[in-house]
Design a protein around this ligand. Structure first.
Ligand code: FMN
Length: 336
């Protein structure tokens, strides 16, 4: 089913009989990104590089390249590889973690269409990015932050619920509540992130006002993900209570898998920056106790490592099947 399609609209003029008219219904996230499906792969330090991002974009989603690893030259090489591939893709700029303006300048010059910003206020980044013709979405964990970002001029928002993996707001609000609360207040397009792994989550997010979904944990446990098999197996083996919110009284607050390593942090209630020193040993060495293994509650919904193509195809098919069922319920005006 094309996502840009003719739809019937009901036009109601005061004092007249409502009329059905055909009009173009455009998904704004697809218009902004150039992707075929409104499915975005989350930015994830070291993991979200060209092998994973290009697999996602080739399958019709939107691959995103990370820069949160702080490896400026490597990330620039990854971005160039994606530009050369001709596939649609995005870049994430985690404002607080950027050492200087080199990455911002590079992104503005290299010919990128879509950027997500995160971790901090996007205010200073919006003018240079927009001057370079780039569409900017900012990742927000609260309604207050969403309002500030819209005021600052972002084109859209990534709405990140507290059940998602990675760096989190300690005052967690679930994706279910946050999406509705933000949709009530703003008109910009929303990408829903946190707790989504398939077409069921996608249909729920769209019902609440999202125009796209972003998945992190699901793509970590994909065949094309570069992480060690132990990490993928740990995600597949985790239940819905298989993660902890850690370091909630300090910064950064994170959601990670329950392991011996994270149990110590959980019991201490605090975590120092040195806790992340071994993150590459987790990702690529498979030592699940070298650092916190970031993952969301959605790990409990992931039952096997799948190819990116299968994840995207099955998500779209399941979304469409649920949408048809809901449409039939609406037409029949019952809940059968
Ligand atoms: C392993 C991992 C690493 C992550 N790293 C980053 C990051 O570097 N920058 C960022 O903005 N978000 C990061 N996130 C958060 C994701 O962008 C996304 O919001 C989250 O994964 C969505 O929830 P889900 O895991 O339930 O899909 C990370 C998430 C995971 C699971």
């Amino acid at each position: 089913m094309p996502w840009r399609s003719l739809r019937w609209f009901i036009l109601v003029k005061p004092g007249t009989v409502p009329q059905l008219r055909k009009g173009i219904c455009m998904n704004r996230v697809l218009a902004h990104t150039g992707a075929r499906y409104p499915i975005v792969q989350a930015p994830m330090g070291w993991i979200a590089r060209s092998p994973l991002a290009s697999a996602v974009s080739r399958a019709g989603g939107l691959g995103v390249i990370e820069t949160s690893s702080g490896e400026t030259e490597n990330c620039q090489r990854e971005i160039r590889a994606m530009v050369d591939s001709g596939l649609p893709f995005g870049v994430n700029l985690p404002i607080r973690f950027l050492k200087d303006e080199a990455m911002l300048r590079f992104v503005c010059e290299v010919g990128i269409r879509f950027v997500t910003t995160s971790a901090g206020s996007p205010a200073k980044f919006i003018a240079p990015l927009k001057a370079a013709g780039i569409v900017v979405y900012h990742a927000v964990p609260t309604v207050e932050m969403a309002l500030k970002c819209v005021e600052a001029g972002v084109d859209g928002l990534v709405v990140e619920g507290g059940e998602g993996g990675g760096f989190k707001n300690p005052e967690e609000v679930s994706t279910l509540v946050l999406l509705q609360a933000i949709r009530e207040k703003v008109d910009v397009p929303l990408i829903a992130a946190g707790g989504i792994v398939d077409g069921r989550g996608m249909a729920a997010a769209f019902a609440l006002g999202a125009e796209a979904i972003q998945m992190g944990t699901r793509f970590v446990a994909s065949l094309e993900s570069p992480v060690h098999a132990h990490y993928k197996e740990a995600i597949v083996g985790a239940g819905t209570t298989g993660t902890w919110m850690l370091n909630t009284k300090s910064s950064p607050c994170i959601r990670a898998l329950k392991t011996e390593f994270t149990q110590t942090i959980y019991e201490a209630g605090l975590m120092g920056p040195e806790s992340f020193m071994g993150i590459q040993k987790v990702y690529f060495g498979g030592d699940m106790n070298a650092a916190p293994a970031l993952a969301g509650q959605s790990a409990g919904l992931i039952h096997q490592v799948s190819s990116v193509q299968d994840i995207i195809t099955q998500t779209v098919e399941q979304f469409q099947s649920i949408s048809r069922r809901m449409g039939a319920m609406a037409q029949a005006a019952d809940f059968g």
